[in-house]
Design a protein around this ligand. Structure first.
Ligand code: DAH
Length: 453
């Protein structure tokens, strides 16, 4: 099933960077309210505000903590594995777990603290849900790394939902769940059996301004090591990390699962890898990990340790483990769905049995964009997807941009979206679909000033 390959998990970080809009204080759009109430706090809005009431309604749903929910089962499996993998001398788990952190984070937490370049695509308005220019709904659970390390933690897991603007299909949803982990070790711990070895190169000064720490970003693709670390330290840490993560993968998918490590790039780790498993005739990426950039630790007040970190998407694991075909099912409150899973036997996971198959209804929507506006130049398909979500909710299974063209005479651009309607839990009538489709068309006219064709 090729679709599985695209289930949300980790982001692809090696995309070419496009220039972001200027960072001058943006104009407030006349349609947005002056302030927003999110999770009990009030936030000022500005020209970056793009969260919708629909998206805000997901806050606090905590599917990863809901009894018998497949995402909660996956969370427990990961947490239990880490509790077992690392114990202190008294036999107590070394890792602590944070699964109720506020998803409203600052741009600094989500990007700057993790050394994500100022012009990186992942910061774009079209990719994230911004509350205002400074605050957004976290786009990954990695956003909490620095606050927890600065608070003195050295072995922890963060589990929670993350928010990303994306296309609509059976494997993409604007809210999904991740688990992130950090493990820091000192020299004494890492080299218990080799006390003569060092974490850091002798020539490294330990200063944040040292060029051995700060290199042009192209150099961070170097898979060998960061200039400040010794090769021995990196190799030993890499070995421990890969051993633990392969252990987790085998714990989840069984001891015979076929896997491979693939070199990759993340702004916050170096070297970095993805772990892929062989599933239904395809290689499926399950997690991203690496040796933490020492600059992140230095800035968090940690000077004498090094660490590894990893991040994993829970929906992706759950869809494979339970054979769940559509990501919207995780949001179902249908007892026919939830009663299939039980936390009682975490190691004997049932396969999902479809509740029933309801027919699809497909309707196209074509419109002319306003003059001088083109797809991805003034009009982002993600804006349209959010509008459709707000109007039709989970009645929409897929949206595809099926056609776009520019009129040779008028110079106007036209787009056509194909919207596939299908409810997870009942049959939709064509009349009902037509009514919703009409509402989407008129909301598009109001919001984007387009002309329906
Ligand atoms: N935050 C990354 C993503 O969403 C995943 C990730 C990769 C997390 C490597 C990590 C890590 O902590 O070390 O794409």
């Amino acid at each position: 099933m090729i679709l599985t390959l695209r289930v949300q998990g980790a982001r692809h970080w090696v995309k070419s960077t496009r220039c972001l809009a200027s960072s001058a204080a943006p104009e407030k759009s006349p349609s947005s309210p002056p302030q927003l109430e999110v999770n009990g706090s009030t936030y000022a809005t500005d020209g970056w505000t793009n969260v919708t009431p629909k998206i805000l309604s997901y806050l606090g749903a905590n599917k990863h903590l809901q009894t018998d929910h497949p995402l909660s089962i996956i969370r427990q499996r990961i947490v239990n594995y880490f509790y077992g993998a690392y114990r202190n001398q008294r036999g107590n788990p070394l890792f602590s777990v944070y699964d109720k952190l506020n998803p409203v984070v600052t741009v600094q937490q989500n990007f700057d603290n993790l050394l994500i370049p100022a012009d990186h695509v992942s910061r774009q308005k079209s990719d994230c849900y911004y509350i205002n220019q400074q605050q957004l709904l976290r786009a990954h659970t990695t956003a909490h790394q620095v606050e927890l390390i600065s608070g003195g933690l050295d072995n922890f897991l963060v589990v929670g939902e993350v928010y990303r603007r994306d296309e609509i299909d059976s494997t993409h949803y604007p809210v999904f769940h991740q688990a992130d982990a950090v493990r820091l070790v000192t020299k004494d711990k890492l080299f218990e059996r080799n006390p003569g070895l060092e974490l850091f190169e002798e020539t490294w000064s330990g200063s944040l301004a040292d060029p051995k720490l700060i290199l042009p970003s192209s150099k961070f693709m170097d898979q060998t090591k960061q200039p400040c670390h010794t090769l021995e330290a990196v190799k030993l840490m890499e070995h421990e990390m890969k051993h633990v993560l392969v252990g987790l993968t085998k714990d989840l998918f069984g001891p015979r699962i076929k896997y491979r490590w693939v070199d990759t790039y993340f702004p916050f780790t170096q070297p970095s890898w993805e772990l892929e498993i062989y599933f239904k005739d395809n290689w499926l990426e399950v997690l991203g990990c690496g040796i933490m950039r020492h600059e992140i630790l230095q800035r968090s007040g940690v000077h004498q340790s090094m660490g590894y970190a990893f991040g994993v998407g829970l929906e992706r694991l759950a869809m494979v483990l339970f054979d769940i075909p559509d990501i919207r099912l995780f949001w179902s409150n249908d007892s026919g769905f939830l009663s299939q899973f039980s936390e009682k036997d975490l190691h004997n996971l049932p396969k999902y049995k479809p509740i029933s198959h309801y027919p699809q209804c497909t309707n196209d929507l074509s419109f002319w964009l306003p003059e001088d506006i083109e797809v991805d130049a003034g009009f982002s398909p993600n804006d349209f997807y959010d509008l459709v979500r707000s109007v039709a909710g989970d009645m929409v299974e897929q949206i595809n941009l099926v056609d776009k063209f520019k009129h040779p005479k008028t110079g106007k651009s036209s787009v056509c979206f194909r919207i596939v309607y299908r409810h997870m839990e009942r049959t939709l009538t064509q009349a009902e679909v037509n009514e919703i489709h009409k509402q989407i068309a008129s909301a598009s006219v109001d919001s984007f000033n387009v002309q329906i064709r």
